[in-house]
Ligand binder design. Structure first.
Ligand code: NCD
Ligand code: ZN
Ligand code: ZN
Ligand code: ZN
Length: 354
């Protein structure tokens, strides 16, 4: 059977739920899911409980990650109305600062312009600010980038107007990067009746025209990032389902299936999952690290055998033509034939020296 060797993927947008929501995921289970998906580097978001908005919470998360992670992990700092100075003082410890400008899961929502300006003034320009922005807030942040010349990374861009604005801003030379998610590339609002709460996330699944605009503009997209956002099946089926879907274990099979179908080049997959995301945050490619892909199948995506603690996937039932056979991280087999070999604590925490 045909095999292929790829560079280890870097997923620059995941939620690992450590510290306080370890019933959804923790550093050990989330990084196991990463390795099973051919991902060797993850950047984890700060909308945890407690959120990573000060030195005490950040230090505790670093300690837990050092004890439990099985692959490389970087931890974002989160911005609040009153932590601009404290976050900036910790900038060296994190890949970037995350600002939430629109409603989503978790406690970190920046209201108003004043707090946003404080962060743009305080945060050092050598580290990106990553934003959850949708619709008009994308345009607003592009304005701030133009005024402050602060590098900004746009998370999970999902709509036609957003990607076209970013395209224009990039053409003007603004220091802007962006990511799109597998769920916005491979699902649309037409899948919502079938998926119910398991198709709910922020930004929501969009129209087919939005989806086509993402595919048509992949050349100006810097990364595919999963926004791996695990919530339990019971939570998703409950009264107020939290937004978010897992994705670490399905990103490479889905993208490589698009290659098999002629919708994408293999070089695009390498750019979007490895070189592109690493360039945004200055993540070095770990030495002696690669992923072995098996072509063939068709295999049907299923919750069976997933390593994410949440135990489900919005891609259930979809057919793929590629799967991750083996992940090698720094010369060691970290995942092979359905088994995670890398033990908790074997993963490195990036940036932090606390
Ligand atoms: C994320 C989560 O669950 O933490 N949910 C989501 O729907 N994307 C938060 C986020 O990334 O906006
Ligand atoms: Zn819960
Ligand atoms: Zn978000
Ligand atoms: Zn997210």
């Amino acid at each position: 059977m045909a095999t292929l060797r790829l560079p280890g993927a870097a997923d620059i947008h995941v939620h690992l739920r450590d510290l306080g929501e370890t019933h959804k995921e923790d550093f050990a289970s989330g990084t196991a899911a990463a390795l099973a998906g051919g991902v060797v580097t993850v950047l984890a978001m700060p909308n945890t409980r407690p959120p990573l908005i000060d030195a005490a919470a950040f230090r505790e998360a670093v300690r837990r990650a050092r004890a439990l992670a099985r692959c490389e992990v970087g931890l974002f700092l989160g911005g609040t109305a009153d932590n601009a100075a404290e976050a900036a003082a910790l900038a060296r410890q994190a890949p970037g600062l995350k600002l939430y400008l629109d409603a989503t899961y978790g406690p970190l929502r920046l209201e108003g312009l004043a707090a946003l300006l404080r962060h743009f003034e305080a945060w050092p320009s050598h580290r990106p600010i990553a934003v959850h922005a949708e619709g008009r807030t994308v345009a607003m942040v592009i304005g701030l980038v133009a005024l402050f010349r602060q590098p900004v990374h746009f998370c999970h861009i999902s709509r036609r107007e957003e990607i076209l604005l970013i395209r224009r801003a990039k053409e003007r030379g603004l220091p802007i990067t962006c990511e799109v998610t597998p769920h916005h590339l491979f699902l649309t609002e037409e899948d919502l009746p079938r998926l119910g709460p398991f198709g709910q996330m922020r930004p929501p699944l969009a129209s087919r025209a939005d989806q086509e605009a993402l595919w048509a503009n992949l050349a100006i997209v810097d990364a595919v990032a999963t926004d791996h956002a695990p919530h339990t099946i019971a939570e998703k089926q409950g009264e107020n389902p939290p937004p978010g879907v897992p994705g670490l274990e399905t990103m490479l099979p889905l993208l490589l299936t698009a290659v098999a179908e002629g919708r994408l080049e293999l070089a695009d997959v390498v750019r979007l999952t490895a070189t592109g995301p690493r360039r945004i945050y200055g993540l070095l490619e770990p030495p002696e690290t690669w992923v072995e892909i098996e072509w063939g199948g068709p295999w049907v995506i299923s919750r069976e055998g997933l390593f994410t603690k949440c135990g489900w996937t919005p891609f259930e039932g979809m057919t793929v033509r590629a799967r991750v056979r083996r992940t090698v991280l720094e010369g060691r087999v970290a995942f092979e034939d359905g088994e995670v070999r890398a033990p908790p604590g074997s993963g490195r925490v990036l940036f932090a020296d606390l």
